[in-house]
Design a protein around this ligand. Structure first.
Ligand code: ZN
Length: 299
């Protein structure tokens, strides 16, 4: 079976209320990414944050984070496009990544494209009732077409995010329309507790996605579980040939004594090895995704 890709989703917009180990600032994210790489992660996904934890997707912030990571690690870089759960413009979404991609030293290798729109209302943790008014993650198809073209021109691999099966259908349509090429990297979103927007984090929730994925090796699929623990599904994902995206951005793992991101990565890597599946290195992931080899400067 193909080696396992572990992506560390280090922060998203997670607070430090429940686990203080969520990295916010560039230096914190970089230290975390380097640790996660040593534990077995091959990709790091991060969101720029300021000292208060607020979103900070400025070019300078993302540049500093990427340079600090690459100074000490060969991990693949996958930044967010920013805080775009409202109807933001194309430039607001792509501007920072465009500037980062002008120089090899800061060019991200992967960036996200959420392939559809979805209501992402938060739920109250105790009552499980929706906290209203909520927000909508708006990703018009025309904007996704523009992103696909610009990602290709910049040499960036899209991380194609699916929140339900209809997103997979749009991915298929984009491939049929030659907007996506090569092996696709698809992230399957499961949600629980804090959000009901994705499929439920159960075997059935995952199977419902897998039934609609091609089985010809053209899609590398990975699971993200927002608001829930991956424990119950981890063996199934590993044994079915899937890949794992995990981190404090998605769940604080308070029950495990508030671990650091690297401990979560290590836990996944250990479980994979116990099940007989090896862990892919960053360079192996570059080859799997058809990405160009690392820049010589990135030692
Ligand atoms: Zn993210």
């Amino acid at each position: 079976m193909e080696k396992l890709i572990i992506e560390a989703r280090v922060n998203e917009y997670a607070t430090r209320t429940r686990n203080r180990n969520v990295p916010w600032l560039s230096a914190e994210i970089a230290a975390d990414a380097i640790e996660c790489r040593q534990a077995g992660a091959s990709i790091v996904h991060f969101h720029g944050r300021d000292a208060t934890g607020a979103p900070d997707n400025r070019f300078e912030t993302c540049r500093d984070t990427i340079l600090a990571i690459r100074a000490s690690s060969d991990i693949l870089i996958h930044p967010s496009l920013g805080y775009v759960t409202v109807a933001s413009s194309f430039e607001e979404r792509f501007g920072t990544v465009r500037r980062l991609s002008l120089e090899g030293a800061t060019r991200p290798e992967i960036a996200p494209m959420d392939m559809g729109s979805v209501n992402v209302d938060l739920c109250d943790r105790a009552s499980r009732f929706l906290r209203l008014p909520g927000s909508t993650y708006v990703n018009p198809t025309g904007m996704l077409v523009d992103l696909a073209k610009n990602f290709r021109a910049a040499g960036i691999k899209p991380s194609l995010v699916a929140w339900n099966v209809s997103f997979l259908r749009l991915i298929e349509a984009f491939r049929d329309g030659a907007l996506l090429e090569g092996r696709l990297l698809v992230s399957l979103v499961l949600t629980d507790r804090i959000m009901i927007a994705g499929h439920p984090g159960t075997e059935q929730g995952l199977d419902a996605y897998l039934m609609f994925l091609p089985r010809d090796g053209s899609v590398l699929w990975a699971v993200t579980y927002i608001g829930g623990r991956l424990d119950a599904l981890l063996d199934k994902i590993i044994l079915a040939g899937g890949h794992v995206q995990i981190g404090l951005g998605d769940y604080p793992y308070v029950e495990d004594g508030c671990p650091r991101n690297a401990q979560l990565v290590e836990w996944v890597a250990e479980r994979a090895r116990a099940l007989g599946r090896d862990i892919a290195s960053p360079d192996e992931v570059r080859a799997m995704l058809g990405l160009r080899p690392r820049q010589p400067a990135a030692a």
